[in-house]
Design a protein around this ligand. Structure first.
Ligand code: BES
Ligand code: ZN
Ligand code: ZN
Length: 489
């Protein structure tokens, strides 16, 4: 993992800092608050000189380096208008500061959050931004290693608990990004299982793995069908964390762990097929949240379930036309082997419905190309059965700025996944409502009385949204922060 790991908290006077630079915020009014006056003094009027030279504008997203006397450095970040400040502006500022430090090879810095900002969540967002913005995926480079790493950030002026929580949440997101970014020959189902076991060892999360023989005998015919085309061992991973009261119903998180999606016999075009290494980002969400649970130990009951395999072609692979029987006994006509994510999720959702009495089930999957067409990389497509759950999810999306957009699951769409020869088919109507068809299919595998929501993260799990705390063309770890907020961690 390459990201800022040391976030220090200091309750003392920032003026005594010994770090290489000090990061300080300025509003658009460019008024020198007491904090800024202090920084100005330290810089030998460097700040007021920069202001009079119109070098700093105080606008959102702006980050400028001001060098003062004896080489002292301030990283001045713009906050925009005072009455418009929000948590996302601070998260973006944190990300931009980290990127500026990396670019300018600043090893250690202090981070001052304006004293007029008192909101805990805004504080949390700023620290999340620092860590997330420092993330770089470097582990596979053996030559041309020029990835400068900032050693530590020292935070002044906010509570120790918030610093700690924000850091752990962001470290969990970075952990998931590493898993997501790893190619299919490294991040195999066994790799995901090993990571689940590792998280379990460090905490009281019970981890159970079903191997191919076991889950096939148990009746998970959909996962077994998808996995039939590969010799790379598939896994069905269960993580149980019971940190809450025994009678508290668990919340279940299910993640698509498709470690490489070639499309199978319905093979994908070769251009951009490499991107299908990201087809396990749903499992990244589950493992990321579990990693955060391991470190923060909240008093809740959470179950994580990851069906994991590759989707390959070959003489042993499942075929278009095959009919598979899922764990809940429903039969599925396979009309396209590239619509495999919904198949492996079907068994996981049916397993979750049968063996637990959950408060709700959420599933996360890079399920459809159609969601990228509909929403781009900006928002995750969601759909589900329970209005209250959906509105809570929407509220967490607003809080965390991990945007979601709801699609309908009307009866007409449910009809589109009915099969002529089996209970359901794994595609909807041709060239229409592809994302909804995915959700409509999944609905058949969740018990009707269990509130459930499906997250199609195909557009948001990687790609470029131009945020300072994400990196172009790599995994984002999106919706982990949303889920953490929803779970009340
Ligand atoms: N993993 C893909 C979805 C995907 C596509 C994710 C592009 C990210 C970017 C999924 O398994 C898939 O191939 N879905 C098909 C479904 C279709 C055959 C009904 C799709 O979206 O084309
Ligand atoms: Zn596919
Ligand atoms: Zn897929």
């Amino acid at each position: 993992m390459s990201n800022l790991l040391k976030i220090k908290y200091n309750s003392g006077d920032w003026q005594k800092h010994t770090t290489d630079a000090i990061a300080v915020g300025i509003y658009k009014d460019l008024k020198l608050s007491r904090q800024l006056q202090g920084v100005n003094r330290k810089l030998g009027r460097g700040l007021s000189n920069a202001l009079s030279g119109n070098i700093i504008e105080g606008k959102v997203g702006e980050v400028k380096i001001v060098v003062g006397k004896k080489g002292s450095i301030a990283i001045v970040y713009g906050l925009g208008e005072k009455n418009k400040i929000d948590s996302e502006i601070l998260r973006q500022a944190g990300g931009a500061i980290s990127k500026t430090c990396i670019k300018n090879k600043i090893e250690t810095f202090s981070f001052l959050i304006p004293i007029d900002i008192k909101d805990n969540y805004m504080h949390q967002a700023a620290i999340e931004g620092l860590v997330l913005g420092s993330y770089q995926y470097t582990e596979l480079k053996t030559t041309e290693i020029n990835h400068f790493k900032t050693k530590s950030a020292t935070i002044y002026g906010i509570s120790k608990n918030i610093v700690n929580k924000a850091n752990k949440v962001a470290q969990g997101v970075c952990f998931a990004r590493d898993l997501d970014n790893r190619p299919g020959n490294i991040a195999t189902p066994s790799h995901l299982a090993a990571n689940a076991i590792e998280i379990g060892k460090k905490s009281n999360i019970k981890v159970t793995i079903f191997e191919r023989d076991k889950f096939t005998k148990m009746g998970m015919g959909a996962l077994a069908g998808v996995a039939s085309g590969t010799d790379v061992p598939p896994k069905f991973i269960i993580m149980e964390y019971m940190g809450g009261a025994k009678k508290q119903r668990p919340k279940i998180l299910v993640g698509k762990g498709l470690t490489f999606d070639s499309g199978g016999i319905s093979i994908k075009p070769s251009s951009k097929m490499d991107e299908m290494k990201y087809d396990m980002c749903g499992s990244g969400v589950v493992l990321g949240v579990m990693k955060i649970i391991e470190t923060l130990k909240p008093k809740i009951n959470i179950i994580g379930i990851i069906p994991s395999t590759e989707n390959m072609s070959g003489d042993k692979a499942y075929r278009p036309g095959d009919v598979l029987t899922a764990y809940n006994g429903k039969t599925i006509e396979v009309l396209n082997t590239d619509a495999e994510g919904r198949l492996i999720l079907a068994d996981a959702l049916a397993y979750a419905s049968k063996h637990y009495n959950p408060e709700y089930i959420l599933d996360f999957a890079t399920l459809t190309g159609a969601v990228v067409v509909a929403l781009g990389h900006v928002a995750t497509g969601i759909m589900g059965t329970d209005k209250k759950l959906i509105s809570k999810i929407k509220a967490s999306a607003v809080t965390t700025n991990e945007k979601v957009w709801e699609f309908p699951l009307w009866g007409e769409y449910l009809d589109q996944v009915k099969s002529n020869i089996a209970d359901v088919k794994n595609v909807g109507a041709p060239m229409q409502a592809g994302t909804i068809a995915g959700g409509a299919f999944l609905k058949s595998f969740v018990k009707d009385d269990i509130p459930w929501c499906h997250f199609d993260i195909a557009g948001t799990a990687w790609g470029d949204k131009g945020l300072s705390y994400q990196n172009k063309g790599t995994a984002t770890g999106e919706v982990i922060r949303l889920v953490v907020d929803l779970l009340g961690i």
